[in-house]
Design a protein around this ligand. Structure first.
Ligand code: SAH
Ligand code: TYD
Ligand code: ZN
Length: 415
């Protein structure tokens, strides 16, 4: 790299306000996070540069490069939402809450963006409420359809939303979990929401929260699918830009810390006090300041160095490490840190579509979950750290037999 290149960090155009996005973290060459090749099929892997920047206009944190959506979401997409019992309960409760608070009129209608295997709409269906899921990945959409959930196997965007408005009428709620942050074409989605929602309809979405990511150095929330890292400040700017108003926020403990945002049409609902409180907290924490984000980037490099040192030390002692959970998040960790089968023998995971394949980019073999209990390693690297409570509860035998867990959030430590 020349000195000139170093002096001119990458800049891109903001997807929200067309301002300048300034890069603050480069996680290097990365594969698709949810593409698990077969042994012998690794030559065809797709790579891109994973780097993150912040917009100096609206403060939205976003990726510098976009991966085409069809490369990520397709008929072999291997992420099945219902693999976690905690998440099944979370979404059943979410559905019950929406039914109680928003789906109260005559013949209400709810649309979900990214319904996956029907983890949320399943409960709506059981309640006999009119619903429709948009899910472009046919693998997971089919599971939802087999549960009796109504699904269109296509991307939600302006044209598909307009089509549903004309056949099904206005929606009371558009709901989306861990999907809106996957979508760089925000303008199309929000124009679609505008076309589809009734006059007092709301767009409710929940995604990983920038405040938690910075506080916990959880840089593995950054990968191809997570195009945006939302905050209340940036979501409010986005809502205003596209003709909506941020009327509620609620912090959620799932997936390492998320926020559920509610957008309404301007003037239709009074924003709750929680909105001002979270905006104030973000201002006080200087969450989107370049200095804060550069500090985050420095912490990320420290976690990488600590984790690699620990794994090398364990290897030098002749001890064995396996990983737990072939998460999309762990693609970032493994590829950024250079963790391959030399340091981690294999990864155990409950998802049949990932098993007997290799992890993206670093090619660690993926084994079924029962491989863990069949032969405990000395150390288990907890890739699925966001499900730690669920996993610790069912894997108590590991520690009882002398095994130790390696964590890297919020810093590298062993328990
Ligand atoms: N809501 C689930 C699934 C999250 S994974 C949960 O929280 O667990 C993200 C899902 O969004 C994938 O299943 C993907 O296929 C889907 N997706 C991506 N872009 C989409 C779009 N434009 N419209 C609808 N679904 C989309
Ligand atoms: P998750 O952290 O939910 O999402 P992402 O892939 O987007 O980072 O993925 C959890 C992965 O861990 C998934 O492949 C299923 C697996 N898993 C287990 O193997 N055992 C478990 O007990 C749980 C909860 C998940
Ligand atoms: Zn912007």
């Amino acid at each position: 790299m020349t000195d000139l290149a170093k002096a001119a960090p990458s800049v891109s155009v903001c997807r929200i306000c067309e301002g300048a996005v300034h890069e603050f973290l480069d996680l290097g060459r990365q594969p698709l996070s949810d593409a698990f090749p077969q042994a012998g099929e690794t030559a065809g892997e797709f790579f891109y540069r994973l780097a993150v920047g912040v917009c100096d206009g609206c403060t939205m944190v976003q990726l510098m490069e976009e991966v085409p959506r069809e490369r990520m979401f397709h008929e072999d997409y291997p992420y099945y939402s219902s693999g976690s019992s905690v998440m099944r309960e979370h979404f059943a409760q979410t559905a019950r809450d929406l039914i109680r608070t928003e789906l109260t009129g005559g013949d209400p209608f709810i649309v979900e963006i990214g319904c996956n295997d029907g983890i949320m709409l399943n409960t709506v269906r059981d309640a006999g409420i009119r619903h429709l899921g948009f899910e472009p990945s046919a693998s997971v959409a089919k599971v939802a359809q087999d549960k009796g959930v109504r699904v269109r196997t296509e991307f939600f965007e302006e044209s598909t939303a307009v089509a549903v408005r004309s056949t099904d009428g206005p929606a009371d709620v558009i709901y989306s979990a861990n999907t809106f942050c996957h979508i760089p074409y925000v303008a199309s989605v929000l124009r679609g929401a505008d076309a589809l929602l009734g006059p007092d309809g709301v767009f409710v979405f929940e995604d990983p929260y920038l405040g938690d990511i910075v506080a916990k150095t959880s840089f593995d929330q950054i990968y191809d699918e997570h195009f945006f890292l939302f905050s209340a400040t940036s979501v409010q700017a986005m809502a205003r830009r596209f003709g909506f108003e941020l009327v509620d926020v609620r912090r959620l403990p799932v997936h390492g810390g998320e926020v559920r945002y509610t957008l309404g049409r301007p003037g239709m609902r009074e924003p709750t006090p929680a909105v001002a409180a979270l905006l104030d907290a973000e201002r006080a924490a200087r969450l989107a300041d370049p200095e804060t984000l550069r500090g985050f980037a420095a912490s990320v490099a420290r976690v990488r160095d600590d984790l690699v040192s620990l794994l090398k030390e364990i290897k030098a002692n002749g001890q064995k490490v396996v990983a737990y959970g072939a998460t999309a998040k762990s693609a970032t960790v493994a590829n950024y840190c250079g963790i391959g089968p030399d340091l981690v023998a294999y990864v155990c995971d409950t998802t049949p579509a990932k098993q007997h394949r290799l992890t993206p980019g670093m090619h660690i073999p993926v084994k079924p979950a029962n491989a863990f209990q069949e032969s405990y390693p000395d150390y288990a690297l907890l890739f699925a750290w966001n499900h730690s409570q669920e996993i610790m509860t069912k894997e108590q035998g590991f520690r009882e037999s002398g095994g130790r867990w390696i964590h890297y959030v919020p810093d590298v430590h062993v328990t």
